[in-house]
Every structure is written in structure tokens, then in C-alpha cells.
Ligand binder design. Structure first.
Ligand SMILES: Cc1cc2nc3c(=O)[nH]c(=O)nc-3n(C[C@H](O)[C@H](O)[C@H](O)COP(=O)(O)O)c2cc1C
Ligand SMILES: [Mn+2]
Length: 529
């Protein structure tokens, strides 16, 4: 089943026992977050078995939540609604992620083998043919109510997730990291005293267009609220929103930008997908939705936004002026510290009558984002294999919080093959952030973390079988010596062969013979055990 909008999704979740309404009044400052954090760690609602690809953690996630009475706003907050395997599958309208992965493979297969990037670039033509491209119409529920002069971000129930979020001075002065992601020049550190600190939109799609190619991008970036018409945009330098911004900045132009809350549930997922630059998230969402996403023109800026969204915030990013954004309790399990980020000035807020406000929190896993990431892990396997055919399967363990750890199985064919695979992974889009890659042989169950660690312990000589390389890192990683740059390790835990350094005779792994196993199987009852 595919849902036309967030509220249709919520209704269906409720009918399936996957959503709980909370009628008692709650505070958007920390209380919603504390409840959600606790619920995320509960067993998942329903009795679906854990997927084979996540046997240990596959049954967590509690229930989706709808807070009906939020202090200071008349808009209800929906949270953790993607926060389990079951709800993630429902959001994408699939029985399992593998079938979707199959569809992705079908879509890119007819092409002659070329690079992944070329393949992905062909996606638009292919997909438009099949009607997956966005369709611009005239009217949408997202504009049932329009506020321009009276637009007020503070009317929305933006949440504060962690205690030090937005706390001025926490963790020292903004680091003034010398990168051009953010605009460095501006110094207006505006905070509206009426706002409180650290209130964020945490589950919004950020819509921008490339000023040169006019390509659309949608990314999920957090937005800090500073006042009725003022916010800051936290996009990482490696992401497409920041890339678009750099282009506008170089041209000395302000950038139109829309913050979209709600719409078809596939949109929120697509906004988190590590698609290559210039591969449209809207097109991908249309593909997931099995039909193009309907858009409507914004009221005050030259952009189009999903017609079925709950709420849309329109405005401009200033090319020069910044705000001190953060700190923010992040998906790493630590605070990302305050820094300068571009300033967003609101020109309009449009919404449907009686909107719901979608939110999420990130923090120590598992949280809702774990399931978004796991969906991507499965759906992108065929694309990763197209780029790096030696990969059989991979697994991003929960403890790695996405970027810290990747387990990979390969069918090893030649000396140092595992190293080639590691380097390829570090060259594959957002996989470049992988801080530790462990490569094991095909017969290892890569989703069984104990089994992978067993081979890492048994098969690795730390001097011979590891490699440490420098490269771009997740900017949220507080351990790197530089902002967004540091070292990564590749660990070759495969069986070693000639040509991989000194290899003494490699013993066979223990396994019972067929004959004795059959004997024991046959006599099992007789033993009386
Ligand atoms: C819950 C959640 C919050 C996120 N917050 C941010 C953020 O604040 N800034 C950012 O740059 N990326 C954030 N991301 C990651 C991006 O959404 C993701 O990497 C996406 O692929 C970026 O798309 P892009 O390459 O089109 O920019 C977040 C992801 C999730 C799931
Ligand atoms: Mn993108």
C-alpha cells in the first residue's frame, strides 16, 4: 500500500497497532524526546519476526507516537513512525527491502556495464519514461492555509532533543573550522530570547535547486529555529544542499529554499538516501511511490514542493550571513558542537488545515534513523555490487552508528583483493565515511556480528592485514584530528593466500565430517539428551 500523505500513513499505522496516541499534555522541550528515546529501545510493536539480515536488533523500535497535546502549539507531533523494520517497510509500501532492491536492479540492469555514476545518471531518462518524474500541478493541500507577513516559526512545535542543544557557549566558542561549507564571513549571532534554546525541525526535507543545471535536490538536514522568521541550516559540506549553496554564494546570489514537513512517506526516506549528486531524490521517491510525486509552485519563492505535504516553510538563504548553530545531540551519541551555518529568512509558511508535525530524535542507537539506514543498506546492495562486483553482501552494525563500521563479504580471487574492495568502498559516495571496514570470506554470515569478529580475531595479523588511509570523514565524528578529515582502517580478515605477505601454511577450519554428522543425526533420540 502506498500512502498519499503523512496522515494516511499514521491512520494505517494506528489501525495496525503500530501507533499510539498520547493525549496528556507534553513539553516539546526534552519531554517528547525523553519519551521517544525510551520507546525506541522497546521491543517492536506487532509480532513480525526479525529479518535474517538483522537477527539481534531486528525486533526493536517500540511503537510510533502521536502527541496530540503539545505545550505551546495546537499542532500534534508524530515521531518514531519510521522507527522499526515493520513501520519502515510500511512507509515504503513493500513486503521486504530485498524486493525493492530487486526493482532497483531491474531499473539499472538493461544498460551496458559502465560506472555506477553513469548508470545512476541514466536513471532520470529511464524513470521519466516510466512516469516516475515529479508532476507540477496548481493546487495542493499543503497550501490550504497561507501565512506570509504573519508567518511564525514559533507556532510550530519544534522540539528540543537533548539537554545542551542550542546552549550558548556550551563546548567552547564555535570552532571556526576553515571550510567553505558554511559561510564564514557573517557574524550575526542572533538568538531570539523568546525562542528558548535548541529547538529544531528534525524530520524535514530541504528542497533546493542547482543554480547552473536547475537540478532539484532534497536532503534531510536539521534546522534550528531562532525566531518567528529566522532559522539556520545545518547541511554538511559533503551534501548536495551545501554544494548548491556554494554555487549561489560564488555567484553572490541568495538561494531559494523550502523546508517540507510531511507528504508521501517515501519522500522522507528519499531525503536521507545517499544518492549520487544530481540524481534526483524526487525521481527516486516517484519510483518508490510507483508514480510521480505531485508538486505545486511555492507562494513566495521560485521552487516547487510536494502538494501533499503537511507544512511548507518558504524562504531564502543569505549568501553571506551566518548564525551560530548547535550544539545538537547527534546520531553519533555525542553532541556536535556549535558552528557557523547559513541563515534562513522565512517568507511564508503554508500548511494544510489541521496539519501534523513530523519529528525524530537522534542519539545513541537504536533510534528511528537506524531503520532508515538499514533500509538503505538493503536497497542499495545491488547498486554497490554493480560498482564493486566482488562484494557478496555487507552489514552496517548498529554499534557503528552508520559510518563507524562496515562488514563486507567477498569471494576472494587474487592477492590483496580485499584491499581493492576497501579502496572501492572508500570511493563510493557516502561510503567514503566508513571508518572501519572488515572484509571476510563469502562463507561468513556478515549479519552475525560475533561471527565476523571471530574471523577478525582468528585471521588477522595486525601488521600484515590492516591498512590505514587518510580521507574525508563524517563531520560529526569528534575523534578525527581535523574537521571532516582523518584516518580510516581496513582490516582484511579473509583467509590469506600467497602474495599477501608471508603466509605460512593456512590450516583448515574445523568442521565435522558428513558421515559422523549423519550418524549423530540418526541416533540423536537414542542418546536421550
Ligand atoms: C534523521 C536524520 C537527520 C539528518 N540530519 C542531517 C543534517 O542535519 N545535516 C546533514 O548534512 N545531513 C543530515 N542527515 C544525512 C543526510 O540526510 C543524508 O546524508 C542525505 O543522503 C543527504 O542528501 P544529499 O546528498 O542530497 O545532501 C540526516 C539523516 C537522517 C536520517
Ligand atoms: Mn542529493
Amino acid at each position: 500500500m502506498r500512502y498519499p500523505d503523512l496522515q494516511a500513513f499514521l491512520s494505517d499505522l494506528e489501525a495496525r497497532g503500530q501507533l499510539r496516541r498520547v493525549g496528556v499534555e507534553v513539553d516539546p522541550i526534552l519531554e517528547i524526546s525523553a519519551i521517544t528515546d525510551r520507546v525506541s529501545k522497546l521491543p517492536a510493536a506487532g509480532d513480525a519476526p526479525p529479518p535474517a539480515t538483522d537477527p539481534v536488533h531486528g525486533r526493536q523500535g517500540g511503537v510510533g507516537l502521536l502527541f496530540e497535546k503539545v505545550k505551546g502549539s495546537n499542532i500534534p507531533v508524530a515521531i518514531n513512525v519510521f522507527g522499526s523494520y515493520e513501520r519502515m517497510r510500511l512507509a515504503l509500501g513493500v513486503e521486504d527491502f530485498e524486493s525493492l532492491a530487486g526493482r532497483v536492479q531491474e531499473l539499472v540492469k538493461p544498460e551496458v556495464p559502465t560506472t555506477l555514476l553513469e548508470k545512476m545518471k541514466k536513471l532520470p531518462q529511464l524513470a521519466r519514461l516510466a512516469g516516475y518524474g515529479p508532476k507540477v500541478g496548481k493546487r495542493g493541500i499543503c497550501q490550504e492555509v497561507v501565512h506570509t507577513d504573519d508567518a511564525d516559526l514559533l507556532s510550530l512545535p519544534a522540539i528540543q532533543c537533548w539537554p545542551h542543544d542550542g546552549e550558548p557557549g556550551y563546548g567552547g566558542k564555535p570552532s571556526a573550522q576553515d571550510t567553505d561549507t558554511q559561510s564564514r564571513e557573517g557574524t550575526d549571532d542572533v538568538r531570539d530570547p523568546g525562542v528558548g534554546t535548541g529547538r529544531y525541525f528534525t524530520f524535514a526535507g530541504i528542497y533546493t535547486r542547482d543554480p547552473e543545471t536547475n537540478d532539484r535536490n532534497v536532503g534531510m538536514y536539521r534546522v534550528q529555529v531562532y525566531g518567528p522568521k529566522l532559522a539556520a541550516m545545518h547541511w554538511h559540506m559533503h551534501h548536495d544542499g551545501a554544494r548548491h549553496f556554494r554555487k549561489y554564494k560564488a555567484r553572490g546570489e541568495r538561494m531559494p529554499l523550502a523546508i517540507v514537513l510531511g507528504g508521501e512517506p517515501v519522500l522522507a526516506y528519499a531525503a536521507t538516501c545517499p544518492l549520487p549528486p544530481d540524481v534526483s531524490e524526487l525521481l527516486f521517491a516517484g519510483f518508490l511511490n510507483d508514480g510521480g510525486i505531485e508538486l505545486v509552485p511555492c507562494k513566495t519563492i521560485p521552487l516547487e514542493v510536494p502538494a501533499n505535504a503537511e507544512t511548507v516553510i518558504e524562504g531564502w538563504i543569505d549568501p553571506e550571513r551566518t548564525l551560530v548553530e548547535g550544539p545538537f545531540g547527534d546520531h553519533t551519541g555525542f553532541y556536535s558542537l556549535a558552528d557557523r551555518y547559513p541563515r534562513f529568512d522565512v517568507t511564508a509558511i503554508t500548511h494544510r488545515r489541521n496539519p501534523v508535525f513530523p519529528a525524530t530524535i537522534v542519539g545513541k542507537p537504536p533510534q528511528e534513523d537506524y531503520y532508515l539506514g538499514k533500509a538503505t543498506e538493503r536497497i542499495f546492495l545491488p547498486l554497490l555490487r554493480m560498482l564493486i562486483p566482488s562484494i557478496i553482501d555487507y552489514h552496517l552494525p548498529m554499534f557503528g552508528a552508520f559510518h563507524n563500521c562496515v562488514f563486507v563479504t567477498i569471494r576472494k580471487e587474487y592477492p590483496l583483493h580485499a584491499r581493492a574492495v576497501m579502496s572501492s568502498i572508500w570511493g563510493a559516495g557516502q561510503m567514503m565515511f566508513a571508518k572501519m571496514i572488515v572484509v571476510v570470506d563469502e562463507h561468513v554470515n556478515v549479519h552475525d556480528e560475533q561471527e565476523v569478529l571471530f574471523y577478525m580475531g582468528a585471521n588477522v595479523d595486525w601488521r600484515r592485514d590492516t591498512m590505514i588511509v587518510d580521507g574525508p570523514c563524517d563531520i560529526l565524528d569528534h575523534s578525527t584530528p581535523y574537521y571532516g578529515a582523518g584516518a580510516k582502517i581496513g582490516i582484511d580478515a579473509t583467509r590469506k593466500i600467497a602474495g599477501e605477505g608471508v603466509v605460512r601454511e593456512w590450516p583448515e577450519e574445523l568442521e565435522m565430517g558428513e558421515v559422523v554428522r549423519e550418524l549423530v543425526e540418526r541416533k540423536w533420540r537414542e542418546y536421550g539428551i
